[in-house]
Design a protein around this ligand. Structure first.
Ligand code: EPZ
Length: 429
């Protein structure tokens, strides 16, 4: 195990290049299974989840060639297995995308039931409801989800819950079904559009991604294609929050500002200045901050993944802020750790009351999931003194070269072995 040692109090300043989106990449890689030709993915982030996905694809028989730092060439070769390797799949929840892509390609898939996670219950009932509607037979036994369909037939599917995973999974399977599928009450995140664009480049016929209704006319064959992953709006938002929380001035580069509108608006509400250019956003937190309420919602609302970093920004903003987490039941694992650093936060169900304007102090803390870990790093940067952030493997799953990027912005941060950390970190997303 490793930990990051952060010496605060730091004011971040400079420019940071944003990498490709983790939540796109972990869907695009399984989607490459749909074609028997060669696909090429560019602007992939260098993160653990991508490396895990590569391992799963190679185990399935996909031959993968790295072309340049962030580009992979994927050739199906003798892809024939319908059961991704359990040891790798259990490391990441997003492996459930192999249900949709293997079912679409082979009419069969066997994927372990996704593991539990620190964000509260994360059922996949909407995924399974959709696959059943397309004609798949589903058996759950020995912890495995076994799906099979002699033929997938287009259907009208209304999701009871807005779900990114279910929306993408059903786009994957329906793109190979016979006839038309209409998906309603779908997620509208940019990652949904990114996956739809890749599938269409491979020959699929998907319209309406990014809106409430997606229409899919199934096709029999998929061809190879080249696709560049969109920038990671959650990584970008994390650095934007860090800039404001540390009272610094940071330019995030290679972003799509449209994807960050809710974050830009919220940071402006706390008093920081935000300047938006076509491919960069500058956050200037050098002026006075003020309390602001924060509610998470599916896109285009404020993203739940930035609620933990947003909470740290609000601990730096004098006054009482109210945070309402509307997407997950249990996404406040970072609160107890922030309180160890002196934060004044009270959680009541889905609501957290944050008394801001408190100077945090460095302390040993532990990341419980990817975004809580990022929040603890930001808190450590704002804190007076040294912090040790353990279970950094959670953070490595979704932040590309984190300490290099933060060091370039002026942070005093370095990685070291964590001898006294024994708890085996589980998989989460
Ligand atoms: C995706 O998870 C992201 N992961 C998560 O990011 C993100 O937090 C989440 O969407 C919400 O935005 C990836 O894209 C790999 P959901 P996903 O299905 O698809 C309920 C990160 O840090 N639900 O949109 O699993 C569910 O319980 C990770 O990058 C059902 O009830 O989330 C939740 O309350 C963390 N039944 C809500 O919907 C279902 O069948 C949204 O979940 C599916 C979901």
């Amino acid at each position: 195990m490793e930990k990051l040692i952060v010496k605060g109090k730091t004011t971040l300043s400079g420019r940071v290049k944003i990498s490709g989106s983790k939540n796109s990449a972990v869907a695009l890689l399984p989607a490459a299974v749909m074609t028997s030709e060669t696909a090429c993915l560019e602007n992939l982030p260098d993160i653990t989840d991508v490396r895990t996905m590569i391992g799963i694809l190679e185990n399935l028989g996909m031959s993968i060639r790295r072309r340049g730092r962030d580009t992979l060439e994927l050739t199906p070769g003798n892809l024939s297995k319908i059961a991704p390797c359990y040891e790798l799949v259990k490391k990441m929840r997003a492996s459930y995308y192999f249900m949709g892509s293997l079912l679409g390609r082979f009419g069969q898939a066997e994927v372990p039931i996704p593991g539990g996670c620190d964000l509260g219950p994360r059922p996949i009932d909407q995924h399974l409801k959709g696959f059943t509607a397309l004609g798949a037979e589903i058996n759950i036994e020995h912890g495995m989800i076994k799906l099979s369909a002699a033929k997938l037939t287009g259907a009208r599917i209304y999701f009871d819950v807005v779900s990114i995973g279910a929306t993408i999974n059903l786009m994957l399977a329906a793109s190979a079904a016979e006839g038309r599928t209409v998906l309603e009450n779908v997620a509208k995140e940019p990652e949904i559009v990114d996956v739809a664009n890749f599938l269409n480049a491979m020959g699929a016929s998907i319209r309406g991604a990014g809106t409430d209704v997606i229409r899919i006319d199934g096709v029999k064959r998929f061809k190879g294609a080249t696709h560049a992953v969109i920038p990671d709006r959650i990584e970008a938002g994390t650095y934007m929050m860090a800039a404001a929380a540390t009272r610094g001035r940071v330019v995030v580069e290679d972003v799509i500002p449209k994807h960050l509108e809710a974050i830009t608006a919220k940071i402006r509400e706390t008093g920081a200045a935000v300047e938006v250019e076509p491919e960069t956003i500058t956050v200037d937190g050098t002026g006075p901050l003020k309390a602001s309420d924060l509610k998470t919602f599916p896109y285009p609302g404020f993203p739940t993944d930035l609620q933990p970093p947003g909470m740290v920004l609000l601990t730096a903003a004098p006054g009482l802020s109210v945070i309402t987490e509307n997407v997950f039941d249990g996404r406040y694992n970072h609160v107890e750790e922030l309180k160890r650093m002196g934060a004044r936060i009270k959680v009541e169900g889905r609501t957290a009351l944050v008394e801001g304007g408190v100077l945090l102090t460095g302390a040993p803390v532990t990341a419980s999931d990817l975004r809580s870990g990022a929040a603890l790093i930001i808190a450590a940067l704002t804190a007076d003194g040294e912090s040790h952030v353990s279970a950094v493997e959670h953070i490595d799953r979704g932040y590309d070269h984190l300490e290099e990027k933060l060091t370039a912005l002026g942070a005093n941060i370095y990685r070291t072995a964590d001898e006294d950390y024994s708890r085996q970190a589980g998989g989460a997303d």
